[in-house]
Ligand binder design. Structure first.
Ligand code: TYM
Length: 283
């Protein structure tokens, strides 16, 4: 049965492994299923909730589309478009903001994180960001929304907005389901926290090899030397390796961790080999 899929990515430049492994990889799988009707949106209106340089933003929009296509989304099969080119997104966001409750928005952890201590200084756009996201999804009757774990709260509020609207105005919107990547975890950054540009802990998708190597060699590891046998499941280098390598290579590296005698430098080099886009990911 045909399924309607919708998702969005902000064109904030330098997409990272969190974006790819948490979301874009899922987009590609959904695109490849001929039953699905997929729409992938470059959400520039969301990006301007923080200050942007217009020239860079225009470039980043193109770069995001290029990343979609390079990752394997087929533009002949799926729709790829730029949010601000369809004014219905802003219009629907206004209408839905008359339905959404402040109490719901006050609970959004992403707003709390991004606004920091002085919430009075945060823009209204940053605060009502989830309502625009609800508009994106509800406009297209999307049933499935592939996202990383950090966006789950936003999908929940989208469902709340849709349900409240339907209750008040009659059956109008489809209630969407989130689809998150298999192991349902945040993709960890170089400091072990959730990978994100604002935390400055990213491993970027497209980087000259030297810079990519530098990011990977900069991954913080714990103080116990890897030369002693170690459970690989407690190592963030291995966590990323597992997401990029085929099963046989994962097993081989797992055995090296358990045998001891290998340094972190070696484990990171193994990860680098898998993360180097120019040699293509393991898929
Ligand atoms: P954005 O642009 O911050 O991120 C794009 C996608 O990447 C995922 N992601 C991660 N997943 C796992 N681990 C990580 N460390 C990680 N970092 C990023 C995000 O979860 C996301 O799926 N609000 C959205 C964009 C948006 C949208 C929409 C998404 C706007 N309208 C409608 C779906 C449907 C955002 O800021 O994603």
């Amino acid at each position: 049965m045909t399924k309607k899929i919708f998702s969005g990515v902000q064109p904030t430049g330098n997409l990272h492994l969190g974006n790819y492994l948490g979301a874009i990889k899922n987009f590609v799988e959904l695109n490849n299923d001929k039953e699905n009707e997929c729409i992938f949106c470059v959400v520039d209106l969301h990006a301007i909730t923080v200050k942007q340089n217009p020239k860079e933003l225009r470039n980043n929009i193109r770069e995001t589309v290029a990343t979609f296509v390079a990752s394997g989304i087929n533009p002949q099969k799926s729709i790829i478009f730029n949010q601000s080119k369809v004014s219905a997104h802003s219009e629907a966001a206004w209408i839905l903001s008359c339905v959404a409750r402040m109490g719901w928005l006050n609970r959004m952890t992403q707003f709390k994180e991004k606004a920091g201590k002085d919430k009075e200084k945060a823009s209204i756009g940053l605060y009502s960001y989830p309502v625009l996201m609800a508009a994106d999804i509800l406009l297209y009757d999307a049933e499935v929304v592939p996202v990383g774990k950090d966006q789950l709260q936003h999908i929940e509020i989208t469902r709340d907005v849709a349900a409240r609207f339907n209750h008040q105005m009659g059956d109008t919107f489809v209630l969407p389901q989130a689809k998150i990547q298999e192991n349902e975890q945040y993709i960890p950054g170089t400091d072990g926290q959730k990978m994100s540009k604002s935390r400055n802990n990213t491993i970027n998708i497209f980087l000259p090899q030297k810079k990519l190597r530098k990011q990977i060699m900069g991954i913080q590891t714990d103080s116990t030397p890897l030369e002693d046998p170690k459970n690989p499941e407690n190592c963030n280098v291995f966590a990323l390796y597992k997401l990029l390598a085929p099963a046989s290579s994962i097993q081989a590296l797992r055995e090296k961790y358990l045998a001891g005698g290998m340094g972190y430098g070696h484990a990171k080099t193994k990860l680098y080999e898998k993360a180097d886009w120019s040699k293509s990911y393991a898929y």
